[in-house]
Design a protein around this ligand. Structure first.
Ligand code: FES
Length: 112
């Protein structure tokens, strides 16, 4: 079985902008992850829509994401789907700020 790293250096903190998230495919964790700067707060979530894998955009002036494919909306803080009651939602990744970098941690519950 391949070793799965529990921590990943994701981006430089000063690369984060309110205007656009930093989104990357993290192959080791098989997830596309976005880091948002929202009103000065950093939020890190899975960015794969649980409907059919569509791409998200932030709804201007809100703490919501909207899928570009079929319009489902999600709460940025909780990851909850606001359009339909579905189990789960968008996973949040815990992180630390280390030496100017955002370092993500893979939560225990994400490890199979
Ligand atoms: S793929 Fe996101 S709402 Fe359909």
């Amino acid at each position: 079985m391949a070793h799965i790293p529990r921590k990943i250096k994701f981006c430089k903190i000063d690369e984060l902008k309110e205007s656009a998230p930093i989104t990357k495919w993290v192959d080791e964790w098989k997830d596309e992850i976005s880091a948002f700067l929202v009103e000065g707060e950093i939020l890190v979530l899975s960015s794969i829509c649980p409907h059919f894998g569509g791409e998200f955009e932030r709804v201007a002036g809100t703490r919501e994401l909207r899928c570009k494919w079929h319009g489902w909306k999600f709460n940025l803080d909780s990851g909850e789907c606001l359009t339909f009651k579905i189990p789960g939602g968008l996973n949040h990744y815990p992180f630390s700020e280390i030496d100017g970098y955002l370092e993500l941690t893979l939560p225990d519950e994400f490890v199979a």
